[in-house]
Design a protein around this ligand. Structure first.
Ligand SMILES: [Zn+2]
Length: 125
């Protein structure tokens, strides 16, 4: 998850930083939206130059969007509904390494795996 905060960087001056954290925004897209909004608000208060920093790198607004996409791709997702996984995760008897966001998704996935196996077996009989 991500926390977005204003700070004053020794090298870059006024910066909006996106930090990895235990709490805060759950999706990198929301963190980026929040960062852009905070920049607008900050520049309404003072006419100053504000930059974005993520993972110790200065990024342009376009760079932020790119970062959010690759960050999202790297995050673990539910094997059934593809939502981002947070907190408790579930598995089922046939899930191998897949994890699920809820007991419902784990059950749906199991049902589908069983149907798939039945379909496959029918092919040979
Ligand atoms: Zn799910």
């Amino acid at each position: 998850m991500y926390i977005v905060c204003r700070s004053n960087d020794e090298e870059y001056g006024n910066v909006i930083t996106i930090l990895h954290a235990e709490e805060g925004e759950q999706s990198p897209f929301l963190a980026v939206e929040d960062a852009k909004k905070q920049k607008r608000l900050w520049q309404q208060e003072e006419s100053i130059k504000v930059r974005f920093i993520v993972d110790n790198q200065i990024l342009t607004p376009l760079g932020l969007d790119k970062w959010a996409r690759s960050e999202y791709d790297s995050l673990p997702k539910c094997g059934e509904c593809y939502r981002l996984l947070h907190g408790e995760v579930y598995n089922n008897a046939m899930s191998d390494s897949a994890l699920f966001c809820s007991i419902i998704c784990a059950a749906r996935h199991l049902d589908r795996q069983v149907e798939y196996q039945n379909d496959y077996e029918e092919f040979y009989f």
